[in-house]
Design a protein around this ligand. Structure first.
Ligand code: N01
Length: 505
């Protein structure tokens, strides 16, 4: 699916100019907008294709949607929330939190909602980004892509899927008009989304087939409601919530040792996961089917206390045979068995390393991000800049992802960097900046060296962490505090800069 728009006659209105344009208003775009406002800037706009802030937390409304990072850590450091109702928040509460932060910091007026960016090209003569959207054209001196990595649903290429006559929808586009009560339902996929959906609908449906391609590792979910005295303590005892957050952060950070530095240490967590399997899955046949065949951590570790019990229900079948085709009212597996269904839920994840959004952005030499990434894989500098894309910053760009702790921590690191970059550009009166190719190359060589021994690369699994070149271009391979210190200050010396119209072209 390409969304590139080259026909500039689409909208006759004159382009609207803003010094800075941020595309996307999830945790990252919204957080940057707030920081720019705090710096006293009004010269920015946020273009958001949805009708509200929230990004992935606005879009993922499937039953059971919840965060697998503790609430205390999964929030902005500048907007702690003493009112979280439980230790692991559910989607509606996180979405309300994001909405409340946008309102509190008064940045909603800087947003243009229902504004889908369909194309962006760098113009070297004007040293501006020319941006096409569903609401007309814009230009910007500085463009920030904050569209997120988990925004474009990945629909599986299964024979006959378009011929299915019942309800079919992706986990991130849940159809709330569809009533699954008493229906025969198939869930395709057993990732982070599916393991939350399955127990949430298992009791309601007549029958549920769960199509598993790879068994995931599951760990216990230490979720519980907060008691009133705890909430009062968070609210009234200065520093208590920050302390709790720091303790959770430190505990989670210890996982980096096993994940990135010394994978045999992951055996400790594997022991916990195996014990959980023994306790929660009594049927030996089912247990064999759900026992993973790779080292824990290689794929994202999932947490749930309800998934295995749901698989054990009489009205739930785990199907491990591969899907051959989908027919008008059934799913047929490779062993020839045909299972009739009324609805299919596609929980097959997102386009991460091959996002369609990459088709829409053309850099200095006219090549789209897709073309550049197709040739060399997703490569950037500090996850925040990419050679060939002048005056452009990326939030949650290459190798910023995590599996063990809060992405908001990484996002705030990038906010520091980009806000400092913008201030530096103003201070030095720079017309253009572009990360140097040699600096970017050196950065990526070092990253890939660090990843060589990491569990994601050596753990014996296939995952979307790796791109088609076999490189891990999604995850940060070190302690997150190292990322924070690396991005503390904008390092202008890593960039080609120009101050005059001639040198910018
Ligand atoms: O997607 P996934 P997700 N035929 O890619 C299977 C975040 N998240 O939406 O493992 C059959 O993890 C695929 O099988 P396999 C989190 O970062 C966070 O669940 O590739 N099956 C897998 O089982 C997460 O990592 C929270 O063999 C096919 C599943 O579909 C990310 O979102 C909650 C298939 C996809 O799993 C994505 O999670 C939820 C095919 N053609 C999500 N293609 C939090 O709590 C794929 N699969 C923060």
């Amino acid at each position: 699916m390409s969304r590139k728009v080259t026909d500039k006659a689409v909208d006759a209105r004159p382009a609207r100019h803003s010094r800075i344009i941020i595309v996307g208003s999830g945790f990252s775009g919204l957080g940057l907008a707030i920081r720019l406002s705090q710096q006293g800037r009004q010269d920015y706009l946020v273009l958001e294709r949805g009708n509200d802030v929230g990004g992935t937390w606005r879009d993922n409304t499937y039953p059971g949607a919840a965060c697998d990072v503790p609430s205390q850590l999964y929030s902005y450091s500048f907007a702690l929330n003493p009112d979280w109702s439980r230790s692991f928040s559910k989607q509606p509460e996180i979405q309300r939190y994001i909405q409340s932060v946008a309102a509190e910091y008064d940045v909603r007026d800087k947003h243009i909602f229902d504004c889908d960016m369909t194309g962006a090209q760098w113009n070297g003569e004007t040293a501006r980004w020319e941006i096409q959207t569903s609401q007309g054209e814009f230009t910007a001196d500085i463009l920030v892509s904050a569209v997120g990595a988990l925004c474009e649903p990945n629909l599986p290429d299964i024979k006959g899927i378009n011929n299915f006559r019942g309800e079919i929808f992706h986990s991130a586009r849940w159809n709330h008009d569809s009533d699954l009560t008493g229906k025969r339902v198939a869930v395709i996929g057993t990732g982070a989304s599916a393991i939350q959906i399955v127990p949430s609908i298992a009791k309601q449906v007549a029958h549920l087939d769960v199509y598993q391609r790879t068994a995931p590792w599951l760990l216990p979910r230490a979720d519980r409601p907060y008691l009133l005295p705890e909430k009062l303590a968070f609210k009234h005892i200065p520093g208590l919530q920050a302390l709790s957050r720091a303790a959770i952060y430190a505990a989670r950070e210890t996982q980096v040792v096993g994940l990135a530095k010394f994978p045999p240490a992951m055996k400790l967590l594997e022991t916990v996961a195996r014990a959980k399997l023994r306790i929660e899955v009594k049927d030996p046949e089912l247990r064999a089917k759900v026992t993973p065949n790779f080292r824990i951590g290689c794929k994202r570790m999932l947490i749930s206390n309800e998934y295995y019990p749901a698989l054990g229900r009489d009205n739930v079948d785990l199907v491990t045979e591969g899907i051959q085709e989908i027919r008008g009212n059934s799913v047929v597996t490779k062993d020839g068995v045909e299972r009739e269904v009324d609805a299919i839920i596609v929980a097959t994840g997102f386009h991460v390393t091959d996002s369609p959004a990459y088709d829409t952005i053309s850099g200095r030499d006219g090549r789209t991000l897709s073309e550049v990434f197709d040739a060399i894989g997703q490569q950037g500098y500090k996850g925040s800049a990419i050679n060939n894309y002048p005056n452009m910053f990326f939030m949650l760009g290459p190798n910023v992802g995590l599996g063990h702790t809060s992405m908001v921590y990484m996002i705030e690191s990038q906010i520091n960097y980009i806000a400092d970059a913008v201030a530096t550009i103003d201070l030095l009166r720079l017309r253009t900046i572009e990360v140097r190719k040699d600096v970017q190359d050196e950065y990526n060589v070092e990253l890939q060296q660090k990843l060589t021994g990491a569990v994601w690369n050596t753990g014996g699994c296939a995952s979307w962490y790796l791109d088609k070149h076999g490189n891990n271009t999604t995850l940060w391979p070190d302690f997150t505090f190292r990322f924070r210190s690396l991005l503390e200050k904008f390092d202008v010396s890593a960039y080609e800069t120009s101050t005059s119209a001639r040198s910018a072209a």
